[in-house]
Design a binder for this molecule. Structure first.
Ligand SMILES: Nc1ncnc2c1ncn2[C@@H]1O[C@H](COP(=O)(O)OP(=O)(O)O)[C@@H](O)[C@H]1O
Ligand SMILES: CC(=O)N[C@@H](CCC(=O)OP(=O)(O)O)C(=O)O
Length: 260
């Protein structure tokens, strides 16, 4: 019987608000067993870029990352955000270890090839991009890896990688060793029938239903790549995917995605 590993992903919303971040960290500290935290921070990074006079540019949910933008997001994700999270987790009794993909070579990415759009220093994650053995060693040493959105190409180049993609790719890579639960945490109670009504959580979604909800326009915008990633992770051996409010991870209100 494999051990359970819970992988939580948090994004810009909760990271941007000190009070919410403290509450999330306390809730995360109470989750029993083996766990990993993956964080984004896109909202705060855009603010910092604007403050520095660099216009943030997003295309299809991905940041166009030129050299100046890469410097800022590296400082913001791998520096301030990652280290602040680790310090808060340590204060809550979690022995967190903050990592970029370059540290321990845990995530080796490939610079996105230029097609219609040049995304610059954006990294995609092909198969075998995650070093599951190293992460497994850290987890077994009772450490909680805290992964940010910065990866590397193995030739000295840092790359900016979407945090939802990191979460699902790491979950898939560890699925051979653990029963992996992938938790996408954001600022709503789950996948909603009415995006403006937090009481309309859909408790369970199977792939056929997902296609219908997409066709009907119930699921839209940023939720589509998130759920595409999530169903792909289920197909690739991840045991369970949960979409839930970052402040309610120990509460029963949530959406659970199922293979069938
Ligand atoms: N049916 C739905 N239920 C919940 N959220 C939805 C739904 N359809 C679209 N969304 C939107 O998807 C967003 C989440 O995607 P995204 O902004 O990429 O997440 P994050 O940056 O928090 O990881 C929500 O803030 C919401 O506006
Ligand atoms: C390539 C790319 O788009 N990278 C993302 C990484 C951060 C992220 O994914 O943050 P959230 O999870 O908070 O959205 C970005 O720079 O916005």
């Amino acid at each position: 019987m494999k051990e359970t590993l819970k992988l939580f992903k948090i994004g810009g919303g909760v990271l941007d608000d000190d009070a919410q971040l403290h509450r999330f960290v306390q809730a995360f500290a109470q989750v029993p067993g083996r766990k990993i935290l993956v964080h984004g921070g896109g909202k705060g990074a855009s603010q910092m870029l604007s403050d520095l006079g660099i216009a943030p540019q997003m295309v299809q949910g991905r940041r166009i990352t030129d050299a100046a933008t890469l410097d800022v997001v590296t400082m913001f994700y791998a520096g301030k955000t990652n280290k602040q999270l680790v310090a808060l987790l340590q204060a809550s009794g979690v022995n967190a270890l903050g990592l970029s993909g370059a540290d321990g070579n845990v995530i080796r990415a490939v610079k996105r090839p230029v097609k219609d759009i040049d995304y610059g220093f954006v990294g995609d994650l092909p198969a075998n991009s995650v070093d599951a053995a190293t992460l497994h060693t850290l987890i077994q040493a009772e450490l909680t890896p805290v992964l940010c959105a910065i990866t590397h190409d193995g030739h000295g180049q840092l790359l900016n990688t979407n945090a939802d993609t990191i979460a699902s790719t790491v979950a898939r890579a560890l699925a051979g060793r653990y029963e992996v639960e992938l938790h996408y945490c954001f600022e709503k109670n789950g996948v909603l029938l009415d995006v403006n009504d937090d009481n309309s959580v859909i408790p369970q979604i199977v792939p056929a239903q997902y296609q219908q909800l997409k066709a009907d326009g119930v699921i839209a915008a940023g939720m589509i790549p998130k759920l595409d990633n999530a169903f792909a992770a289920l197909e690739a051996g991840v045991e369970k995917v949960v979409i839930e409010h970052a402040l309610n991870i120990n509460e029963p209100i949530k959406t659970v995605l199922c293979r069938s």
